[in-house]
Ligand binder design. Structure first.
Ligand SMILES: Cc1cc2nc3c(=O)[nH]c(=O)nc-3n(C[C@H](O)[C@H](O)[C@H](O)COP(=O)(O)OP(=O)(O)OC[C@H]3O[C@@H](n4cnc5c(N)ncnc54)[C@H](O)[C@@H]3O)c2cc1C
Length: 459
């Protein structure tokens, strides 16, 4: 996404990737992106950003066989509080493997003369020069090291990226890091349905619910008719990687469709576990000596508990923000303008990251076992309020639509505080103490509105 965005602003873009990509890797996961073995749902908001930069991508996914349709009709969702009713939500989602999404995007980039891929190239550090970044040091897997100069380096190298070490090495210091760990684990296995597959849904999810339901799971139909079943254990419950335990776990879920599916399907892969799932955020925007010539985005800045499916969308929104920064500079000076871009971009990205970070960590702190700095009063209020919205959705299609649009990054969280919905929340929550609660929640909602407006309205 960053490469596609940059191509509109700079002379040439070189993508450095440690894995070998040509010929395209077989199977579901490359070494550098092991998360590809687990269900990857791209939220509708992220999908719109992808479509903006790669017009026709959704049609390409559909042509490759990826199912899709209205999010409320094609998905069965059990939220922590209650099931989401199967109703039309008015926006679509596409169900595709991570590997297919990567392949289709890479094919587009391969056709773009402004972009060159160099695979088998492991970045080892930054070239520091007079307080700015002037390129990278890399090691080719064919052998040999190399210094590659560049006007701008974009570090989009994922959750495990050692960018703070690289910055220390060139004398810039390291960013403050926050870690919130709910001790979540994943286990996933591919299945092939035995009989003709006439299910009227493509994704079924049961989310873990504090304080007792530490087990979650999901089953998603993919482009080739295969199903990927992903189990999640939180707050210390370990998602099982043994055959019998895997089946038993699905039996214990609140969405019976997941167990029924695997009873009618053949396992066609080993079970793969995954445990590096803590929320981790690096505050590059606070650094006094953050150098020009470098921007950092995606998981390298903020990696989230993956249960909430935010990661790829936030990465895509980050790339879109980089585009906006470069456009603003061009409008101001008539040139691409890379000086000062780095700090400006990291500040704007930090603002964009606040909402998904607060959502993921706020949800994780429902578990007493979660390690990290606990949320403040505003975050606790928003969580309590959104709990009330969740209680409403069972019988209130409009509340369900609003909540799902917010969770899919189509609307800002302030949409949950619109007067019509806030009124229904208060009525539901307060019962006989209606009048007092209205004053309290109305005042708090007004304060949040003011806060959001002061911050630019984006939430
Ligand atoms: C188990 C799990 C399930 C998830 N499910 C979802 C989901 O349902 N929906 C969702 O939106 N997100 C999900 N995510 C999150 C999503 O995978 C990430 O947020 C997203 O991939 C981040 O993109 P990125 O480009 O920042 O990093 P990555 O996709 O991790 O890509 C980093 C790339 O950099 C390369 N690289 C790393 N270091 C170097 C180096 N030194 N030199 C050269 N190349 C290097 C790697 O090989 C890799 O190709 C999930 C994550 C996990 C762990």
């Amino acid at each position: 996404m960053a490469a596609r965005v940059l191509a509109d602003h700079v002379e040439h873009v070189t993508v450095l990737e440690r894995d070998r990509l040509h010929p395209p890797p077989d199977g579901d996961a490359r070494r550098g992106a092991p998360q590809g073995r687990h269900i990857h749902l791209l939220l509708a908001g992220g999908s719109r950003v992808v479509e903006r930069y790669f017009p026709g991508m959704d049609a390409d996914l559909a042509a490759a066989g990826a199912p899709g349709g209205d999010c409320g009709l094609r998905m069965i969702t059990h939220f922590p509080t209650c099931p989401l009713p199967r109703c039309r939500l008015g926006f679509d989602v596409r169900f595709a493997s991570r590997a297919l999404r990567e392949r289709l995007i890479r094919e587009r980039l391969d056709r773009d003369a402004r972009i060159t891929f160099r695979d088998g190239a492991l970045v080892k550090g930054l070239l520091g020069e007079r307080g700015r970044v002037a390129g990278v040091r890399l090691r080719r897997d064919a052998g040999g090291e190399e210094a590659l100069r560049a006007g701008l380096v974009v570090a989009a190298c994922g959750r495990e990226a050692p960018v703070p070490d690289w910055l220390e090495e060139i004398g810039c210091g390291a960013p403050r890091e926050e870690i919130v760990d709910a001790h979540l684990s994943y286990a996933s296995r591919w299945y092939q349905a035995r009989s003709a597959d006439t299910r009227d849904w493509d994704l079924a999810i049961d989310m873990p619910s504090a304080p007792h339901q530490r087990r979650g799971g999901a089953a998603m139909r993919h482009e080739d008719g295969r199903w990927l079943v992903t189990l999640q254990g939180i707050a210390g419950a370990r998602a099982p990687t043994g055959d019998a335990e895997f089946v038993a776990w699905t039996r214990s879920l609140r969405v019976p469709e997941i167990h029924a599916l695997i009873q009618d399907a053949e396992p066609i892969s080993p079970i793969h576990g995954f445990g590096r799932t803590a929320n981790r955020r690096r505050h590059f925007e606070e650094m006094a000596r953050f150098p020009d010539g470098l921007v950092v985005l995606g998981d390298a800045v903020a990696a989230f508990n993956p249960v909430y499916g935010q990661g790829m969308s936030v990465a895509a929104l980050g790339a879109q923000e980089l585009d906006a920064c470069l456009r603003a500079e061009r409008a101001r000076t008539g040139a691409p303008g890379l000086d000062g871009l780095s700090r400006r971009f990291q500040r704007r990205l930090a603002h964009l990251t606040d909402m998904p970070w607060q959502f993921a960590t706020g949800e994780d702190f429902r578990w007493p076992e979660t390690a990290g700095r606990r949320p403040g009063a505003t975050q606790r209020f928003v969580r309590a309020y959104s709990d009330q919205v969740m209680h409403l959705i069972e019988d209130d299609a409009e509340a369900a639509r609003t909540l799902m649009r917010v969770l899919h990054f189509l609307d800002p969280p302030t949409a949950l505080f619109r007067p019509t919905l806030a009124g229904r929340v208060i009525e539901h929550a307060a019962g006989s103490a209606l009048a007092g609660a209205r004053g309290l929640a109305g005042g708090a909602a007004a304060r949040l509105f003011t806060l959001a407006e002061r911050r630019g309205g984006g939430g």
